[in-house]
Write a protein that binds this ligand. Sequence first.
Ligand code: SAH
Length: 247
Amino acid sequence: MTGAIPSMATLGILAALPDEIRDLLYEMGPAASTRRIGMRDYHHGVLYGRPCVLALTRIGKVAAAATTATLLREFDVDRVVFTGVAGGLDARLRVGDVVVGSALVQHDLDASPLFPRHEVPLLQTSRFPADEALAGLLHRCAGEFLAQHGGGAALHRGLIATGDRFVHEAGFARELREALPEALCVEMEGAAVAQVCHEFGVPCAVLRTISDCADQDAPVDFATFLREVASVYSAGILRRFLAALPA
Ligand code: SAH
């Protein structure tokens, strides 16, 4: 759905990989305008009646932070949603399940003994909470989507761990579970986006579909899932979210 951009709040939608937003980008249609800044394309248009800016962060914390800062400074974005896939850490999680982040932590940030492990130096926190209203609405929309199309997949809400590492060895996954027992899943961008949004005072939320279980099968599971399911889930959940979002 496309059209003139009305003067209402603009939502930033970020993802790391093309498959994660392919369908949404297509739905923005030819009326979207694209600006290229710092090797990223920012697509500005309308989705389901909402002004949106859609961009790919690429993979990892630096890439995600740089893209988020540009999104907030160059476009009049006043809320941000990140959508993508993640590896399950909690034993209850299955491939296809959906996680809505309640908070985000950088599992590989460790300035101890100067600061407690995981704490972001000078910000006095290790966890960036997701915006309650955005995360609540994402949770509701994900629940509705899964009830219709999820084939038994479950919905979870909790801590998401972020770091610059694709986790595919059981040993490292175990270390992560020990260090952060309440973390539901692991990915490579969410906490970076949440930190930048926190620093700019912009509400954000993170939605992750479980593509693998952060073990030795992760590389294969990840690739298949990304191709076949990730984009459908992202688009299906975000469509509902956009339609329900208050102006
Ligand atoms: N070779 C892959 C690399 C993707 S890295 C490719 O380019 O196709 C994995 C991406 O998915 C990251 O953006 C990360 O946020 C997420 N992810 C999925 N499973 C993950 C896992 N087990 N560990 C860390 N990140 C994971």
